[in-house]
Write a protein that binds this ligand. Structure first.
Ligand code: GRF
Length: 224
């Protein structure tokens, strides 16, 4: 991936909460499955579990509190400056609960990923599990996509599906989907840092081959 082969690809992870996806990626790195380093974790909220996870693994962390900035543009400029101190090859949004300005997103075009708890393009936005149950969907799941200015609308890289059972609750479905997230996000991270994923003018590619709209169905992969 980077032309400087002496340095492993650098990742900055943005969080707002529990950081269970951050943990899954840390675990993948520590198991030598993902050839990368997390250079920093940045949260817009203090005292969240994800910050403790970073500290426990010796990863530098920062709180950049959005309430201390006058508006979204100023916040995103400060966030961009902080991220760029680490010169990351990849920026990972892992439960970062902020709408981002277009100029911020464009600054990281082709090198910023997000995970969303639905089979995009279905159920963009919040409360995806409840909405999937109410819509009588047979299947639900999670998607990893490149980030573009359209909220949850960027080109999809991959998805993992779960079946919605008869007596499914929002909580039971959320935990089924999170289990899949914890495989999908490390996998897509690995593919990116290995230089196998790219975003071209015509869409996302894996190993130079275009990924079809809707992304790769990675449900049956069981080996990171
Ligand atoms: C995940 O469900 C992810 O899909 C969504 O935010 C949640 C973050 O969870 N974008 P965690 O902080 O990684 O535990």
């Amino acid at each position: 991936m980077p032309s400087d082969h002496s340095r492993s690809p650098s990742i900055v992870v943005l969080i707002s909460g529990s950081g269970s996806n951050l943990q899954a990626i840390i675990d993948g790195i520590e198991a030598n499955a993902i050839p990368a380093t997390i250079s920093a974790v940045i949260s817009n909220k203090s005292n969240v579990k994800g910050l403790a996870r970073a500290t426990a693994h010796g990863i530098p962390s920062h709180v950049l509190d959005h309430t201390q900035h006058t508006d979204r543009e100023h916040y995103d400029l400060a966030l961009q400056a902080l991220i760029d101190e680490y010169s990351p090859d990849l920026v990972i949004l892992a439960g970062f609960m902020r709408i981002l300005t277009s100029s911020f997103v464009e600054h990281y075009a082709g090198k910023m990923l997000n995970i969303h708890p639905s089979l995009l393009p279905k159920f963009k936005g919040l409360h995806t599990h409840q909405r999937a149950i109410e819509a009588n969907e047979a299947e639900h799941g999670c998607s990893v996509h490149f980030v573009t200015p359209e909220l949850d609308g960027g080109p999809i890289i991959g998805q993992r599906k779960v079946t919605i059972s008869e007596h499914e609750t929002e909580d039971s479905l959320a935990s089924k989907v999170q289990k899949e997230e914890h495989f999908l996000y490390p996998l897509c991270t690995r593919l990116f840092v290995e230089g196998r994923l790219s975003l071209t003018d015509t869409g996302p590619c894996l190993d130079g081959t275009p990924i079809t709209e809707g992304g790769l169905d990675l449900t049956d992969m069981d080996d990171l």
